[in-house]
Design a protein around this ligand. Structure first.
Ligand SMILES: [Mn+2]
Length: 348
């Protein structure tokens, strides 16, 4: 697969000008922070330090998932709701498909991302609605960190071992270790360059894909027990009380949907996390003609063709309506069926 995207160098230069004028840049992660989100903002913070630009990483869920703790060696982060927010005059939202993705940081005061403090938007979601004053969006990039590898180089950043490790972790996170359809020759070349500059895939692969807590395994047991089908959609649900019972974090179930999507006979997979007001749904597809970003957008969410998410508000009937709606949307378009004949001749 070739990938010919080219960064908008005017936008990259304009972003750098704006950053140089800021007294403090706030770098919030998106909610349900993942490796691409946290690595992106850590890499940006490290890069800006080289130019004496003050920047602070804010984990908007208020906690760093266990599997991402290895990234904290790359720099300090502020936890929303625990650490005091700094005075900031510029926001850089990386890996946010829209301005509402900032978790509790956004929900507690929606004016925070209304644009009165200017926003630089760097992302790779095809559904990104270009909410920034400057938008650097590459929808065919495998991760935001893949975009940043180019952006940081264009700013003249020295690619230190720490920055290389952050960028590599983000690429590995969003490509499940260079295994997704979004992984291009360019992604592989960029990853190789990062390894040449001191990036090490081993701790990344271990932390993201191999090591798991006992609690995590018990959570998976509960999720597997609850596997169901609605049409060609394979799905499971995790209740809030299950997380309490097994003592697991929400992020520890994230791999489950990637596991389910490979099930033969399915056309899409979903995991439903119970919330106070409904469900947060994570969806996957491995089928060329099933675009889960389109389905998620239909229900008010967004994402990528193979991985997307949506929030469902309401009671059980809203959940059933959603599942049946998805099942309908993923139904294969029937070829004109050959008439089938029942033979009376029984062949051995
Ligand atoms: Mn991403």
């Amino acid at each position: 697969m070739t990938s010919s995207w080219k960064i908008d160098d005017e936008a990259v230069a304009a972003a750098f000008d704006l950053l140089k004028q800021a007294s403090c840049v706030l770098l919030p992660t998106h909610q349900n922070v993942d490796a691409d989100s946290l690595s992106s903002v850590l890499a940006i913070k490290l890069a800006l330090q080289q130019f004496n630009i003050r920047a602070e990483v804010l984990v908007t869920d208020g906690e760093v998932p266990h599997s991402l703790e290895f990234l904290q060696d790359m720099g300090e982060v502020l936890l929303y709701g625990i650490d005091e927010l700094p005075e900031y005059d510029l926001l850089l939202l990386a890996d946010h498909s829209d301005r509402t993705r900032g978790g509790a940081f956004y929900r507690d005061d929606k004016s925070r991302t209304d644009g009165h403090i200017p926003i630089i938007n760097i992302d790779h979601h095809v559904t990104n609605d270009r909410f920034g004053v400057i938008n650097i969006i590459e929808p065919t990039a495998a991760s935001t960190t893949e975009v940043l590898a180019d952006v940081l180089a264009m700013w003249g950043t020295v690619l230190t071992r720490e920055i290389a490790q952050c960028l590599l972790a983000g690429i590995y996170g969003d490509t499940l270790g260079l295994r997704t359809e979004s992984t291009t020759a360019r992604t592989l070349r960029t990853s190789a360059d990062l390894v040449d500059n001191g990036g090490n895939p081993v701790p990344i692969v271990n932390a993201l894909f191999r090591l798991k807590s006992k609690e995590s395994v018990m959570l998976w047991r509960a999720a597997l027990r609850g596997v169901q089908w609605t049409g060609d959609l394979i799905w499971t649900e995790l209740k809030q009380k299950t997380f309490e019972e097994v003592g697991a974090q929400r992020s520890e179930a994230e791999g489950m949907v990637n596991f389910l999507v490979g099930t033969e006979g399915s056309r899409a997979a979903a995991i439903l996390y119970e919330t106070n007001t409904g469900w947060r749904v994570s969806m996957r597809s491995m089928t060329e003609d099933v675009d889960v970003a389109r389905i998620a957008t239909h229900f008010g969410g967004g994402g990528h063709p193979r991985a997307a998410g949506v929030q469902i508000e309401g009671d059980e009937s809203a959940k059933v309506a959603f599942l049946e709606g998805v099942a309908e949307m993923i139904r294969p378009v029937q070829d004109v069926a050959e008439p089938t004949y029942v033979s009376e001749i029984v062949l051995d």
